[in-house]
Design a protein around this ligand. Structure first.
Ligand code: AMP
Ligand code: MG
Length: 640
């Protein structure tokens, strides 16, 4: 079908004076143009004209009926000369004196389309009784459908949601496009939003999902590759606005991500230091006897001591050596010649070995030079990194603020461990697994509980979670079951954009990634499948990279080559098989042992696994990978 030609007419004097104030117009425009959203897919529309007209100014004229005429002129000229299929007016449908959009519309339409108005009203009444106060009108003028939408962005989108599915069909009918009318029916039946918007009863999503006979038998979401999915995640992340710089004591930095490059404040060592317990000497004195002038301990100073030929100074490991010293001889290479009379100190020793110039001396800055780059921004701070920071004189470091993360399980069958198991129930194992993986990776996630497979409960749980977190990780409710309502709930109630809802992988096909704005903040929603293995694998594959990117953590998973120790039947989808890699010391490559039955419900297949074998999808007649063949394997828990 040719794209539907839309015109958007915002009716508001404040928006007329300042275009930036117009939220509804751009949101509706975005909504129609977004090819990834359901609305975008249904409407396949293009915005041909948009305009803002002031109601304040027209109000004056209303008294003399001029306003209505001018408004009518607008609508008439758009429908006549601009050949628009649909004009959406936004605003001016309420009860205030200035709300006269319906009056103007009534004057220009030739046929009323009251069913569309009723659909919008019914849909909105389920959300708020205030919908009763809408006086929207809808009708046809020549070949143009004119629809009044309310002014608030949320209400306008809800109305458009409620009627989107019929618009292509209505346009075909108006265009008298007989061939397409049949296709449009098809589109209607397949689309999720039609069911949502026309459903009655307990809740829109539930009744859509409850309609078992007419439900989709294939996911409406395109199947994309793992690489594409990661790319989409990457494109959505906005770390700069998201994170604040935080200065933390070193003790609190472990596992966090350094924000900003770190340069050493000092030379290390800051003085010429002895590597051994022994004697600081003049190297060119060679072997032979030495008078012991004094002793310098680690932490002492060497400034006042002057070495001359035939003398030495006893030094400890890490002690500063006198400025003139040109070598240190370890105590093992010396012998005592004479002690002091009280036998408490050495007076004379003999050096038994050849002395090399500079031996066993660490010159100033030989480990780290002052102002040398020690750690790059984005480095994860582990034991060694913190040691380096301390050595270079840092007491506090700037680290990225960690995102607030929530983990929510979904499913009527789930029970918290510790309660007696009811018939048909299982214990929720995903939540503790996912929370623990997050903790192992340095995050501090919140437990958001279990949401039953009930539309209202799920909405409440998600709302409650989004009030507290930046990233919500859920498990379950994204497959093709009639209780898998998460995706439609996110789209419908949270105006979320589903960036992907199906990934070509095993396990983890229904993994879903969405973003939405909640209380004016961007929220990330990663919805993992419910099967425990799928949830674990997709957590590693998608959630950790997402979170790392949010924290500006630059580490990436390590992928190695491994030799299969058993054969694998290839699945049509690329598979991530859990395996134990062992380094034999004989083979150059690690050996990959399977963890047993790879069915996605069997969490035991993840136990002891230290890698995911990246088995390719079946193609080109190759259906089996034999023992001894080489595959790529992603190491779990290790990054570089
Ligand atoms: P779903 O993705 O909701 O269709 O669930 C798929 C399978 O995973 C079902 O067998 C669920 O019982 C199981 N499942 C879902 N969530 C969990 C969980 N939190 N812990 C353990 N198993 C789960
Ligand atoms: Mg479920």
């Amino acid at each position: 079908m040719d794209p539907i030609r839309f015109g958007l007419l915002t009716v508001s004097d404040s928006c007329y004076k300042n275009e930036d104030k117009d939220e509804s117009g751009p949101e509706i425009e975005q909504y129609i143009k977004d090819e990834n959203s359901n609305i975008g897919k249904i409407l396949k529309g293009q915005i041909y004209h948009k305009s803002i007209i002031p109601d304040e100014e027209f109000m004056i004229k209303v008294t003399s009926f001029m306003y209505i005429f001018e408004f009518m002129d607008f609508l008439i000229s758009w429908s006549n000369s601009r050949k628009l299929d649909v004009i959406l007016t936004i605003g001016g449908t309420g009860f205030s004196r200035r709300d006269v959009t319906p009056e103007a519309t009534k004057q220009v339409i030739q046929k009323e389309a009251s069913g569309i108005v009723a659909a919008m009203l019914m849909s909105n009444l389920k959300i708020t009784p205030m919908a009763m106060l809408s006086r929207a009108v809808c009708g046809i003028r020549d070949k143009t459908l004119i629809i009044n939408l309310p002014g608030s962005p949320k209400a306008a989108k809800e109305c458009l949601n409620a009627i989107a599915l019929v618009i292509p069909h209505a346009v075909d009918l108006i265009r008298d496009n007989k061939d397409k009318i049949k296709d449009t029916h098809g589109t209607m039946q397949n689309n999720i939003l039609s069911e949502i918007s026309s459903s009655e009863g307990q809740g829109k999503i539930s009744s859509y999902l409850g309609n078992i006979v007419e439900r989709n038998r294939e996911s409406p979401y395109p199947m994309i590759s793992v690489e594409k999915a990661l790319q989409l995640i990457c494109n959505c992340i906005e770390p700069l606005n998201f994170n604040n710089k935080l200065e933390e004591d070193l003790e609190r930095c472990h596992g966090k991500i350094l924000d900003g490059d770190l340069y050493s404040k000092y030379d290390l060592p800051p003085f010429r230091a002895s590597i051994k317990d022994g004697y600081a000497v003049l190297a060119d004195d060679g072997k032979g006897k030495r008078k012991v002038l004094s002793r310098i301990k680690a932490g002492g100073t060497a400034t006042a001591i002057k070495l001359v030929h035939g003398t030495c100074v006893r030094v400890n490991t890490g002690a500063p050596i006198p400025d003139d010293a040109t070598a240190v001889v370890q105590v093992e290479d010396t012998k005592l010649i004479k002690g002091t009379s009280d036998n408490m100190e050495e007076e004379e020793i003999e050096i038994m070995t050849k002395v090399q110039l500079g031996q066993d001396i660490r010159p100033i800055g030989c480990d780290i030079k002052k102002e040398e780059l020690i750690l790059k921004s984005g480095t994860k701070l582990g034991a060694i990194e913190l040691g380096l920071a301390a050595a270079c004189g840092y007491k506090k470091l700037f680290v990225t603020d960690l995102p607030k993360i929530g983990v929510l399980s979904t499913g009527d069958e789930l029970q918290c461990p510790g309660t007696a198991l009811m018939p048909g129930h299982i214990y929720d194992s995903n939540k503790i697994t996912l929370l623990s993986i997050l903790k192992e990776n340095g995050f501090d996630p919140l437990d958001m509980g279990i949401a039953l497979d009930d539309e209202n409960i799920m909405i409440d749980k998600i709302k409650h979670a989004l009030q507290q977190v930046d990233v919500l990780i859920t498990s379950g409710s994204v497959s093709m079951g009639d209780r898998d309502m998460l995706k439609p709930i996110l789209e419908y109630y949270f105006n979320a954009t589903i960036h992907f809802g199906r990934v070509n992988m095993k396990p983890g096909k229904p993994t879903t990634f969405a973003t939405c704005f909640f209380q004016n903040k961007k929220k990330y929603l990663l919805c993992l499948p419910g099967n425990p293995v799928s949830a674990t694998v997709t957590m590693n594959l998608f959630a950790l990279p997402l979170l790392k990117q949010l924290c500006k953590d630059t580490s990436i998973p390590i992928i190695v080559l491994a030799k299969l120790m058993s054969s694998y039947n290839l699945d049509p989808r690329p598979e991530y098989a859990r395996a134990i890699l062992k380094w034999s010391g004989i083979d150059t490559l690690p050996l990959a042992y399977s963890t047993g039955n790879q069915i996605s419900s069997k969490l035991l297949s993840c136990k002891n696994a230290n890698a995911l074998l990246m088995l390719p999808g079946r193609k080109g007649g190759k259906t089996v990978l034999k023992q001894g063949e080489i595959v790529q394997a992603m190491l779990l828990e290790f990054t570089q």
